[in-house]
Design a protein around this ligand. Structure first.
Ligand code: F3S
Length: 392
């Protein structure tokens, strides 16, 4: 691989041990994937934040890098295993919190913004069309490639961090225009009435397309809420990193021509919803996977106004969306009901098994997928039904 003089200097160790380790990771990755060179990235988003997933080995890795490493480009962080300010009220143990705070401290020393959200694009980190970035949260990777038209591979935590500390990533995969073409057309014949219908469709199509690039046809309109939950679902049942939507996403163009096509019908929609519903009564309700937008928070606040929750309800969102919610007066209605506005975390990466919950109701196919894999029973319900379950 051809390296610039500055990159050679990083590799020689002239810019410190952490930078050297990081550029070694990127060169090794580039060689595996046949990249000819490294390119500069304008933003990084790092996953691998919850102590639940990282463990002590992760803390050791981060602390070592933090001895002399520093982010060279704007770097934001995925959700952690707890709210960083409200963890006691969430029921998180002192032992877990102590470890989680060590993880956060290491990231802080590395110069990473402690944003703790999977929707950085709703919290001020919104790349532009054609920007090269290195993001690792799978739902945000799909959203940024597809909806924003930025270019990123689906990074792992270490390779994203390596991109942050060097400002570089290998030029391969989704950074190249020829790898961003659709591989399979999806003719949508179902009436999509809600973001949850898009989520179910993403779950169905992700399984069918695996790591390909679906091209959706026949969708009249889709907003942020529909597109973010579709992105999350596509990346959970399959290995999708990008999709196109005719007339809606910026690189959709004319479509895949004569390539193979599949259908998504009303029957597929109903069967997918049924598949994601266990026959069980929820003892925990959580919405905001991916983290809620402000309009979603507003809807939830409206539904909760003047009511009290009888089951634990977490409304997961970024600190930035909570700040906007505080300003708009939504937060009061949510907190007055007894629900939590859970910033910094989510139902999947928090250790909710230690809180005694067994059946989770949520409006996200992605959350259902991961929670079920972790041994929970799940109910996949529209947002309004989730809120009604919590106040029943
Ligand atoms: Fe975000 Fe957690 Fe879902 S990180 S996409 S809310 S699993």
């Amino acid at each position: 691989m051809q390296l610039s003089a500055e990159e050679e200097a990083m590799l020689s160790g002239a810019e410190g041990r952490a930078t050297r380790k990081c550029i070694q990771i990127l060169v090794a990755l580039g060689e595996i994937y046949g990249a000819k060179k490294l390119i500069r990235v304008s933003s990084v988003q790092v996953s691998g934040v919850s102590y639940k997933n990282l463990g002590d080995a992760g803390i050791e890795f981060l602390s070592e890098l933090a001895e002399d490493g520093k982010a060279r480009v704007r770097t934001t962080l995925n959700p952690a295993g707890m709210s960083l300010t409200d963890w006691r009220a969430q029921g998180i143990s002192e032992t877990f919190a102590e470890k989680q705070l060590q993880v956060i401290e290491a990231y802080r020393r590395l110069g990473v913004e402690i944003s703790c959200t999977c929707t950085p694009y709703l919290a001020g980190n919104e790349p532009a069309l054609g920007d090269h970035i290195a993001w690792s949260e799978s739902s945000a990777v799909v959203y940024s490639n597809s909806v924003l038209g930025a270019r990123t591979n689906r990074e792992g935590g270490p390779s994203a961090l390596a991109a942050s500390l060097t400002g570089r990533t290998p030029l391969y995969g989704y950074h190249l225009g020829e790898n961003r073409q659709p591989t399979l057309a999806v003719d949508v014949r179902a009436e999509l009435r809600s973001p949850e219908d898009f989520s179910a469709m993403g779950y169905f199509v992700g399984k069918a397309v695996k790591d390909g690039i679906p091209y959706f046809r026949g969708i009249r309109s889709a907003g942020v809420e529909e597109l973010k939950t579709l992105s999350a679902a596509l990346a959970s049942s399959g290995g999708v990193s990008m999709f196109h939507m005719q007339g809606i996403t910026p690189e959709a163009g004319a479509g895949p021509g004569k390539s193979e096509a599949i259908h998504f019908t009303e029957t597929d929609l109903h069967e997918t919803v049924a598949l994601l519903n266990d026959d069980a009564v929820p003892d925990f309700v959580s919405v905001g996977c991916p983290h809620c937008s402000l309009p979603e928070v507003a809807t939830i606040a409206g539904l909760l106004k003047g009511r009290k929750v009888t089951r634990a309800l977490w409304v997961c969102c970024s600190r930035e969306v909570k700040r906007q919610s505080d300003e708009a007066g939504y937060t009061t209605s949510i907190l007055d009901s007894g629900a939590r506005l859970a910033t910094d975390t989510c139902m999947v990466v928090a250790p909710i098994e230690d809180l005694g919950y067994k059946v989770v109701a949520t409006n996200s196919a992605k959350a259902c997928h991961y929670l079920r894999n972790a041994g929970f029973k799940v109910r996949f319900l529209p947002l309004e039904r989730c809120i009604l379950e919590s106040v029943r």
